[in-house]
Design a protein around this ligand. Structure first.
Ligand SMILES: Cc1cc2nc3c(=O)[nH]c(=O)nc-3n(C[C@H](O)[C@H](O)[C@H](O)COP(=O)(O)OP(=O)(O)OC[C@H]3O[C@@H](n4cnc5c(N)ncnc54)[C@H](O)[C@@H]3O)c2cc1C
Ligand code: SF4
Length: 628
C-alpha cells in the first residue's frame, strides 16, 4: 500500500485483519477500469480498519466476504468489470443484499476517507486553534496505584459525567473521574488519518448497531469528553412540553421547568452556545434554509457550542480547531481546577457495595490488572448503552425496567441533486433546522453532512454507477431528520451491552413522513432529483413522484441511524417503572447515583446534550444536599 496516505499517518504497526477476497470486492464495487481507487490499497486499509472492530463485527465481515466469494464462483476475479458487478447483483437477488451492503459500507468508508485525507488534513491545518487543549489532571491507569480513596467517583467523562464532576468538585468534594477511553489531543485531530480518527474515537470503532427491524446504526463516542468529542455541536433546550411530560407523567421533579431552567442557562453559558454564522454555514445549510423558506416552513440556523468554528465539517472525527466546545474543554478543566483527577484507560468492571451502600469501584487496566478506588458516593455516567450492563455486573441490576425503555430518536438521511455545486462537506457539519413538523409530529430536520468522503457510504449502486454517483457527490445537498420515538428498545447483557430496538409502526410511518418533508424542502430549493433512500423508489424528480414513493414506502427497508440513546435507567417517582428515583439515586442501594442520558424518562425530541448536562447538574445538587 505504498501510495496510500494512511501509511504516512501513523498507522504503521497496526495489525490487519485478513478478509479473504477483499481486494476482489474493491475491484468489483469500485472498478479501477472506470477510475476507482487502487483495490490493493483500499483492501489493505479496510483490513486495518477491521483490525479495530470488535470480534463479532470483524468475524461477521469475514464470514460475509467468504460466503459471497464462494457464491460468486470466482467471477469477482474476472477481468471484465460487468461480470464482477453482475455476480454481486445475482448474490443480492439471492438474499445476500445486507452482507454486500455491509462490505460496501466499509469499502466506501475507507476509500472516501482516504481520497479526502490530504484535503482534510490540509484544511485542518489552515487555521490556528480556536483554543489550545485544556489543562486536565489526567493519569492513565498504567500509572495509577492499586488502591486509592476519594469522596466521590464519577464513572464516564462525557456530557453527564463531566458536568456532575464539575459541580461536585466545586462543592469541595474530592472527585475522581474514571474513563474507559483515553485523552485525544487537538494535534492528533490535525495530523491523523480520518479513518484512524473514526476508528479510535468511537466505541467498537463506530460499528455499534441496535439489532432489530430495521437494524439501526448507533455510533457512540469513547474518550475523555465522551460523545461530546464526536458530536455535531447542535444545542437545544428541551422543549417545555417535554420537561412537563417528564415532571408530570414520570414524576421527575428535577425536570420541573422552574428548577431545570437555571441549570439549562448555566449550560448555555458554559458551552458558549450561539447560532451558526451564515458566513461559515456552507451551501448545505443555506440550501436547506432556502428550500424551507420557499415553502414558508419554520427554519433557522442551528444553535451550537462551537465558538470559533471555521466550518471544516469534521466534528464527527474530532474538531481540529478545538472550536467545538465539548466538555473536555470546559466542565472537565473546571473540575480539575477544583481538585478533580481524571483516570483514563480504566474500564469500571464493578461497583463495590457493602451492607447496601456503595463503597467504591473496581476498574480494569488495559494490561488486564485491576485497581480499586474507594468512595461512599459513586456516580454512574457511562451513557445509555453502557450504564445498564455496569449495574448488572455490580449485582445492582435487579430492577425489571433496567435496560428497558430505550428511546433512540431514530434518524434518516436523504439527499437532493442540484445543478450547482453544493459540496456539503464545505461548511458546518450540522448547520440549519427545519422545524415545521417538530411540534405537530416530533419530526426535526437538520441539514447535516459528514466529514469529506465519509458520506459516500450511503450512495446507491455498485460498479460504474456507484463511481458516477461518487464523482457527482459535490452536487448533493444532504439532510437528516429525527423523530421523537417511544422507548421501545432494550439494552441487555452484563459483560458487554447488546442493544435491541424495533421501530414501532407509528414511528416508522413518521420516518417516512420525514423523508417526504425533506424531499419537499430539497425540491423547493431547486433539486433536479431526490435520492430518497427508499429501495422501491430510489430517485424522484417531482413532488408527485415523492408523494407516490412515500405512500408505498415500507419503513422496515430503510437505512436508519441514531445518535441519541436515552432512557435505559429512567428516573421518576414510580418504584415499579423507574430504576432511579426522582433525585437521581439508584433504587435499592445507598450512594449510587446516575447522571447521564439513561435517566431521561422519554425521548427528549431534540438533540439531547444540553438536557443531559442540565439534569446531571441537578443530580449533583441532590448528591451535595444528601451528603451535607
Ligand atoms: C455522531 C454523533 C453526533 C451527535 N451530535 C449531537 C449534537 O449535535 N447535539 C446533541 O445534543 N447531541 C449529539 N449527540 C449525542 C450526545 O453527544 C450524547 O447524547 C451525549 O454525549 C451523551 O452523554 P452521556 O453522558 O450520557 O454519555 P457519553 O457522552 O457517551 O459519555 C459516556 C462516557 O462513559 C465512558 N464509559 C462507558 N462505560 C464505562 C466504564 N465501564 N468505565 C469507564 N468509563 C466508561 C465512555 O467511554 C464515555 O466516554 C451526538 C452523538 C453522536 C454519536
Ligand atoms: S465544523 Fe466542526 S470540526 Fe470544523 S471547526 Fe467547526 S466545530 Fe470544528
Amino acid at each position: 500500500m505504498p501510495n496510500s496516505p494512511l501509511s504516512q499517518t501513523h498507522w504503521d504497526g497496526y495489525p490487519e485483519f485478513s478478509l479473504p477476497g477483499i481486494v476482489e470486492f474493491c475491484r468489483a464495487i469500485l472498478p479501477p477500469e472506470f477510475g476507482g481507487p487502487d483495490p490493493e490499497a483500499i483492501g489493505s486499509l479496510v483490513q486495518k480498519y477491521a483490525g479495530f472492530l470488535p470480534p463479532p463485527a470483524r468475524y461477521g465481515l469475514r464470514a460475509a466476504t467468504c460466503a459471497i466469494k464462494l457464491g460468486t464462483y470466482g467471477q469477482l476475479r474476472s477481468a471484465d468489470p460487468d461480470v464482477r458487478v453482475k455476480a454481486l447483483r445475482r448474490m443480492q437477488k439471492f438474499g445476500a443484499g445486507q452482507a454486500i451492503d455491509a462490505i460496501k459500507t466499509v469499502i466506501l468508508l475507507a476509500s472516501g476517507a482516504d481520497k479526502y485525507s490530504d484535503d482534510i488534513l490540509t484544511r485542518s491545518n489552515i487555521n490556528p486553534y480556536a483554543r489550545p487543549d485544556s489543562i486536565l489532571d489526567i493519569t492513565p491507569s498504567s500509572e495509577w496505584g492499586s488502591l486509592s480513596y476519594y469522596d466521590a467517583i464519577v464513572i464516564g467523562s462525557g456530557a453527564g459525567g463531566a458536568m456532575a464532576a464539575r459541580n461536585l468538585s466545586r462543592a469541595g468534594l474530592s472527585v475522581v473521574i474514571v474513563e474507559e477511553g483515553r485523552r485525544h489531543s487537538v494535534e492528533e485531530f490535525r495530523s491523523n488519518h480520518p479513518l484512524r480518527r473514526w476508528a479510535e474515537l468511537y466505541r467498537d470503532s463506530g460499528a455499534t448497531v441496535a439489532l432489530g427491524i430495521p437494524p439501526v446504526v448507533l455510533p457512540i463516542g469513547r474518550g475523555v469528553g465522551g460523545t461530546t468529542l464526536v458530536n455535531s455541536g447542535t444545542c437545544y433546550r428541551p422543549p417545555t412540553k417535554v420537561m412537563l411530560r417528564w415532571r408530570d407523567e414520570s414524576g421527575l421533579d428535577l425536570a420541573n421547568p422552574d428548577d431545570l431552567n437555571p441549570f439549562l442557562d448555566d449550560v448555555w453559558e458554559t458551552l458558549k452556545i450561539g447560532p451558526v454564522d451564515l458566513n461559515i454555514m456552507g451551501n448545505n445549510g443555506l440550501t436547506a434554509l432556502r428550500g424551507a423558506g420557499e415553502l414558508k416552513w419554520a427554519n433557522a440556523p442551528l444553535n451550537r457550542n462551537a465558538p470559533g468554528c471555521g466550518g471544516c465539517c469534521q466534528c464527527a472525527i474530532g474538531c481540529p480547531r478545538n472550536a467545538k466546545y465539548g466538555v473536555h474543554l470546559n466542565a472537565l478543566p473546571d473540575a480539575c481546577e477544583n481538585g478533580a483527577k481524571i483516570l483514563t484507560n480504566a474500564r469500571v468492571v464493578r461497583i463495590a457495595t457493602e451492607g447496601g451502600r456503595a463503597t467504591g469501584v473496581i476498574a480494569l487496566r488495559e494490561n488486564g490488572t485491576h485497581l480499586e478506588i474507594r468512595a461512599p458516593i459513586v456516580v454512574v455516567a457511562c451513557g445509555a448503552t453502557e450504564t445498564p450492563p455496569l449495574l448488572r455486573r455490580s449485582h445492582l441490576g435487579h430492577h425489571p425496567r433496567l435496560g428497558k425503555n430505550l428511546a433512540l430518536h431514530p434518524a434518516i438521511g436523504i439527499s437532493g441533486r442540484f445543478d450547482e455545486e453544493i459540496t456539503p462537506w464545505k461548511g458546518v457539519l450540522q448547520s440549519a433546522s427545519v422545524e415545521e413538523f417538530h411540534d405537530s409530529d416530533g419530526i426535526l430536520i437538520e441539514a447535516t453532512s459528514t466529514p469529506p468522503g465519509m458520506g459516500s457510504m450511503v450512495l446507491p449502486g455498485i460498479g460504474k454507477d456507484l463511481l458516477n454517483e461518487i464523482s457527482q457527490a459535490n452536487m448533493l445537498c444532504t439532510l437528516g431528520a429525527m423523530i421523537g420515538d417511544d422507548g421501545n428498545g432494550s439494552v441487555i447483557g452484563s459483560r458487554n451491552s447488546i442493544v435491541t430496538y424495533n421501530l414501532k409502526n407509528h414511528d416508522g410511518k413518521r420516518l417516512v413522513k420525514a423523508i417526504w418533508a425533506m424531499g419537499k424542502v430539497l425540491l423547493a430549493a431547486g433539486a433536479s432529483e431526490v435520492l430518497t433512500g427508499i429501495p422501491s423508489h430510489p430517485v424522484v424528480r417531482t413532488v408527485e413522484e415523492l408523494e407516490n414513493a412515500t405512500k408505498s414506502a415500507n419503513y422496515k427497508s430503510l437505512h436508519v441511524a441514531a445518535f441519541h440513546p436515552t432512557g435505559t435507567c429512567a428516573a421518576g417517582s414510580d418504584p415499579q417503572k423507574h430504576p432511579v428515583d426522582p433525585s437521581g439515586s439508584l433504587r435499592g442501594v445507598i450512594g449510587v447515583w446516575v447522571a447521564d442520558a439513561s435517566i431521561i424518562p422519554s425521548c427528549p425530541e431534540v438533540n439531547p446534550q444540553v438536557s443531559i448536562m442540565a439534569l446531571a447538574q441537578s443530580v449533583a445538587g441532590k448528591i451535595i444536599e444528601a451528603s451535607s
